[in-house]
Write a protein that binds this ligand. Structure first.
Ligand code: R5P
Length: 300
């Protein structure tokens, strides 16, 4: 195999260039647009179609809003790489859209996460990597090698620079128990469990937690989740923790989707800081996953 390249997908340009610089690997730029009828267009900015034959490429393209555009661009980039006879085509998708639809919640639904992954494989990816996917079990639909990278140590590192008073980590729901437990170990804190439920029709969140028993009085609290979308989960956990007497609250997540007024909601609920990674670009993307991806690429 002759050469290795990072392909900087339209949605992850800064991250891809950071990764390429860490690896000393050339980054290929893309040209992209939407046609007047809404269809997507993407091309690799290369002069010679034969130049990639036999190479190994690492396509970095996240699939945040507008998800469907970013997904189509990703599929095109994989397909182009195969057509140009790249020997290995690694799809690195820091945030995977539709990952929360990992099962049927209501009769008659599609299991969107499985469908998206299947499309990525069928487009010609020879491996698939993502970061803190909502339900890692969904990756078993793939027959190509798949990897779920862990951004929690990098987020914990950020918090380690803050002096926390008698810290506790709150797990907002059952699904986040394992992740929160791991995060608690990383920052040397006690794990406290809350119990969120979400109405599958209205999306409305309710949360219980015995904050008194948990004894959060005067303690600093961190809540680490995979995604902050509307901020509903986090702000409910923040309010409950405040009621329990928590001192400073930190909200951390891998994928800060921050839909509409999510940031306002969190700060208004009394959070001290919101810390996310740059799997998705946002006003709280303070932790870069470039070193995590670069280390992974070296081992692929
Ligand atoms: C769901 O279980 C996820 O882990 C997150 O807690 C959820 O996606 C966050 O969404 P929102 O910010 O809209 O509550």
């Amino acid at each position: 195999m002759s050469h290795k390249y990072v392909i900087a997908g339209p949605s992850s340009q800064a991250l891809a260039v950071q990764v390429s610089k860490l690896l000393g690997m050339p980054a290929i730029e893309t040209e992209f647009k939407k046609f007047p009828d809404g269809e997507n267009y993407v091309r690799l900015k290369i002069e010679d179609e034969d130049s990639l034959a036999g190479s190994e490429v690492f396509i970095i393209q996240t699939t945040d809003f507008p998800q469907n555009d970013h997904l189509w661009e990703l599929l095109y980039l994989i397909s182009i790489s195969r057509r140009l006879q790249c020997e290995k085509v690694h799809a690195i998708v820091p945030y995977l859209a539709y990952s929360r639809q990992d099962k049927v919640f209501r009769q008659g639904e599609a299991v969107s996460a499985e469908l998206i992954l299947t499309m990525i494989e069928h487009a010609g990816a020879t491996s698939f990597s993502t970061i803190d996917i909502h339900a890692p079990s969904v990756l078993s639909i793939l027959s190509i090698p798949s990897y779920n990278l862990d951004a929690m140590p990098a987020l914990a590192q950020h918090l380690n620079d803050v002096e926390l008073v008698n810290p506790a980590v709150i797990s907002p729901d059952k699904g986040s128990r394992a992740r929160s437990g791991q995060f608690a170990k990383l920052i040397n804190a006690e794990l406290v469990e809350f119990d969120k439920s979400r109405d599958t029709i209205t999306g409305e969140i309710s949360m219980d937690g015995d904050a008194k028993d948990a004894d959060l009085q005067g303690r600093d609290v961190a809540i680490a989740d995979d995604i902050i979308a509307t901020g509903g989960t986090m702000s409910a956990a923040i309010s409950l923790a405040k009621k329990g007497g928590a001192r400073k609250l930190y909200a951390l997540c891998t994928h800060p989707l921050l839909i509409k007024n999510a940031c306002f909601r969190l700060f208004n609920a009394g959070v001290e800081d919101v810390i996310g990674t740059n799997t998705v670009s946002s006003q709280v993307s303070k932790v870069s996953v470039a070193p995590l991806i670069a280390d992974h690429v070296v081992n692929l």
